[in-house]
Design a protein around this ligand. Structure first.
Ligand code: AMP
Length: 220
């Protein structure tokens, strides 16, 4: 199954996507993570992307489409995937559809997570991430067992993402409104959209997400 997670920054796409991918045995493909890895490795892509990411702006469509094309060509993505953070623009969605269509495939479902904007800003300011496994924590609502350390990598210090400061978060939210929100209509008109309330305990959000997905894939 091929599933997209849609929604603003901080709504829980990574957390829920990680659960869904683990449960179904699909790879979780996060374009933000692919870019952060490229930045850390100082590749030409990373150097190009870093300034845009630090400003909360989008990396150009052509670059992103190439990156996703390469990632989806890898063997683990052949029978299904969960996409987090892609597509983020209508041209990216069109390119993804065209890419899949070449192989007689299509997106099965776009799951839209939602939460009020002040809640998103609050969450992002308190978000910590493990630089090794990318698991997200929240100092207030979902803290790690040992303060500042990843539960699964106890020697690793959790980090605050550079683009999670309030000014950059506001810019990312406005980019979402202008460039990504139109995807809601894109997938709705194709009968692929399901809305999931992203507020509450992560377990409860996951239960709702599963129910929403079952409509499209029969609970597989
Ligand atoms: P994320 O981890 O999804 O919040 O992404 C972090 C940053 O990576 C975004 O603010 C963008 O600068 C960049 N990025 C990630 N995915 C995309 C995409 N599909 N298109 C353009 N830029 C992206």
């Amino acid at each position: 199954m091929r599933v997209i997670l849609l929604g603003p920054p901080g709504v829980g796409k990574g957390t829920q996507g990680r659960r869904l991918a683990a449960e179904r045995g699909w790879p979780l493909i996060s374009t933000g993570e692919l870019l952060r890895d490229a930045v850390a490795q100082r590749t030409p892509l990373g150097d190009q992307a870093r300034r845009l990411m630090d400003a909360g702006q989008l990396v150009p469509d052509g670059v992103m489409i190439g990156l996703v094309h390469d990632r989806l060509s890898q063997p683990d993505a052949v029978s299904g995937f969960v996409l987090d953070g892609f597509p983020r623009t209508v041209p990216q969605a069109e390119a993804l559809d065209a890419l899949l269509k070449e192989n007689g495939l299509a997106i099965d479902s776009a799951l839209l997570l939602s939460a009020p904007e002040d809640e998103l800003v609050r969450r992002l300011k308190k978000r910590l991430e493990c630089p090794v496994c990318k698991r997200a924590y929240n100092v207030a609502s979902a803290p790690p067992r040992a303060s500042g350390k990843c539960d699964d990598h106890p020697d690793v210090e959790l980090v605050h993402r550079a683009d999670d400061d309030e000014v950059t978060v506001r810019s990312r939210l406005s980019v979402y409104d202008g460039q990504t929100r139109p995807l809601i209509g894109y997938y709705k008109s194709r009968n692929r959209l399901a809305e999931v309330e992203g507020v509450g305990a992560p377990e409860d959000v996951f239960t709702r997400l599963r129910q929403a997905l079952a409509v499209f894939v029969g609970g597989q």
